[in-house]
Design a protein around this ligand. Structure first.
Ligand SMILES: NC(=O)c1ccc[n+]([C@@H]2O[C@H](COP(=O)([O-])OP(=O)(O)OC[C@H]3O[C@@H](n4cnc5c(N)ncnc54)[C@H](OP(=O)(O)O)[C@@H]3O)[C@@H](O)[C@H]2O)c1
Length: 329
């Protein structure tokens, strides 16, 4: 197994390395790739030191799998070049997610769609992954009609520059800005760029990606995405209207039995999911499970997950594991 990691020096890249090591992903040869400015930089993985290389060199090495987390433009330009030499690309950017001939995969939900011909596989958006992880088993049982989601997203979702902005602001240092406004002591109703319809691209990812992953256009999702000064994970307040009625005890039971979901829900002990607990964990945490008393068949819940883990690195590595285990690479 020759594995290339594109964006190895970034926030997602760093967590990818951690996850690959933790899960003992089988690697014979590792290629760590970043921009020209990082070429030659040294990174240690499993006690061995690797020198960062450029994209051209990595393509020439014809890796079996390339995990991409270097932004949409790099993916658009370079994923096809890797695919051409036989590499299977697992892409973390939004470049390929909504392309009809590319699969958008959350392994617990739809990895069974993958086959040997899938040379560019898309990893969904971080806030989508944690949302669909909790919605998928409930949709199966009660059939969703409409989802309203409000996100409270970590600065780590924007990358290193944004984490640096928050740290600078906390320390009173003037530095480079990743956002148009301060993020420390603030909340920005603005994740990613605005689209023509007044929604942000992040909000539209939340509206479109779940339909593709669940292969169902009969439900709709509307979203408001907000950046807040946390670093450990994204949180989401989710209101779901189902076609069929439910018992809260059944909802808890279904979520409790879903692999990858941890229910943290006990008002008596102030137990609910929070980014400080989700940080550095692979699971999706669900709590504040309650009936929306203003509408029939409607549920409110609170979903938290580490956006760099299940929202990015872990999901991508799980896809790679599926490919290896099913001899698709
Ligand atoms: N952060 C999240 O929670 C999250 C979640 C899901 C998906 N993603 C996606 O993952 C990608 C990376 O996010 P991030 O948060 O890790 O960003 P980041 O911390 O800014 O890292 C960006 C990485 O891309 C590399 N890169 C930039 N320009 C390059 C070029 N021309 N050629 C090769 N490599 C280049 C950087 O290398 P240098 O160090 O050399 O500049 C760095 O390794 C984005 O597409 C993002 O949308 C992020």
């Amino acid at each position: 197994m020759k594995l290339a990691l594109i964006g190895a020096t970034g926030m997602v890249g760093e967590v990818m390395l951690k996850v690959l090591q933790e899960r003992n992903f089988p690697i014979d040869e590792l290629l760590l790739v970043a921009s020209e400015k990082s070429v030659g930089k040294e990174i240690t993985f499993k006690g061995k030191t690797y020198k960062v290389i450029g994209l051209k060199e990595a393509v020439a090495a014809r890796p079996n799998i390339a995990l991409f987390s270097a932004g949409g433009n790099i993916s658009l330009e370079w994923a096809p070049k890797f695919a051409e030499v036989g590499t299977t690309v697992i892409d973390n950017s939004s470049a390929w997610r909504m392309e009809p001939d590319k699969k958008l995969i959350v392994p617990e939900i739809n990895a069974n769609l993958l086959n040997k011909d899938d040379k560019i596989i898309a990893n969904p958006n971080c806030s989508t992954i944690q949302l669909v992880m909790a919605l998928a088993p409930l949709h199966k049982k009660y059939k969703m009609k409409r989802v309203v989601v409000s996100t409270y997203q970590s600065v780590s979702g924007t990358g290193l520059k944004a984490v640096q902005q928050m740290e600078n602001e906390m320390a009173g240092i003037k530095g480079e800005m990743a956002y148009p406004y301060p993020i420390h002591k603030n909340a920005l109703p603005h994740c990613d760029v605005f689209e023509d319809n007044g929604y942000t691209k992040e909000e539209m990812k939340l509206a479109r990606e779940p339909q593709k992953i669940l292969n169902d256009r009969t439900f709709s999702v509307t979203a408001t995405a907000v950046r807040i000064p946390t670093a450990g994970g994204h949180s989401e307040a989710v209101n779901v209207q189902f076609e069929n009625d439910f018992e809260l005890s059944d909802i808890r039971k279904i979520l409790h039995e879903t692999p990858g979901i941890i229910v943290q829900d006990n008002p008596d002990t102030n137990t609910y999911p929070m980014p400080i607990y989700a940080h550095d964990k692979d699971d999706v945490f669900v709590g504040r499970i309650r009936r929306d008393e203003t509408q029939p068949n409607t549920l409110n819940m609170w979903i938290v997950s580490d956006n760099l883990r299940k929202g990015a690195a872990t999901n991508a590595v799980q896809i790679a594991e599926y490919l290896v285990n099913n001899k698709l690479v």
